[in-house]
Design a protein around this ligand. Structure first.
Ligand code: ADP
Length: 208
């Protein structure tokens, strides 16, 4: 790898603490003088908005349509000339994203879409940019469900215990399937934010 600034993707079921850890890692790296760009999927683009409109029942969308929109949103996330990830990396930013293609592998396959199709459909993104590190926050679905209930006034489409459990299982399946093609750091999410953050900081420090 000739690029020194890292591209890091956080993965995990809803309520696993991804956005909390994205912020903590961003603060950690910023304090150490890195230029950090944090982002998430679905993005704020028009394609991302369509995905959110489907989630919020403002627009009809079959699960296969959702899966295809996510693949398009991801490509735009990488290639957009204004704030695309590839440009940000070129500009020297460390880029941290809350969700990337492993989220698609896990979430869409729960709805009966063949995981190999999802992997194939996202292969343009994977060929453009694989994360230097996928950080998977592994948490018991029961624990994340409790956190979501505490922290939110409404629960979104995917956020039932049954669904979180299915997604949790599909993540495992995806990591097993992809094997050593990807760098994955597993972190136990059933702990305090600072304990989780300490593990992540240590891992990232070893890479920079
Ligand atoms: P995600 O982005 O994965 O959905 P969040 O970071 O938004 O998860 O966290 C979900 C909820 O759980 C939030 O209310 C957050 O404050 C809380 N939370 C995050 N990490 C922890 C933790 N380690 N222990 C307890 N609560 C947490």
């Amino acid at each position: 790898m000739d690029r020194k600034n890292l591209f890091i993707a956080f993965e995990g079921i809803d309520g696993s603490g991804k956005s909390t850890q994205v912020n903590m890692l961003s603060a950690f790296l910023t304090e150490r003088g890195h230029k950090v760009y944090t982002t998430c999927e679905p993005t704020e683009s028009k394609i991302g908005k369509m995905i959110r409109d489907i989630f919020n029942h403002r627009m009809e969308g079959d699960q296969r349509v959702i899966a295809a929109l996510f693949a398009a949103d991801r490509l735009n996330h990488l290639l957009n000339s204004e704030d695309g990830i590839l440009n940000k990396l070129e500009e020297g930013y460390t880029v941290i994203t809350d969700r990337y293609y492993f989220s698609s592998y896990a979430y869409h396959s729960v709805h009966g879409i063949d995981m190999d199709w999802i992997i194939q459909t996202n292969s343009l993104s994977a060929d453009l940019l694989r994360p230097d590190l996928n950080i998977y926050i592994d948490i018991q679905p029961e624990v994340s469900m409790e956190r979501l209930k505490k922290g939110r006034t409404h629960i979104e489409m995917y956020e039932t215990l049954e669904n979180l459990s299915k997604v949790h299982k599909k993540y495992r399946e995806a990591f097993e399937k992809i094997g050593d093609k990807e760098e994955v750091f597993y972190v136990n999410g059933d702990r305090t934010s600072s304990a989780i953050s300490a593990d992540i900081n240590k891992k990232i420090t070893s890479m920079i």
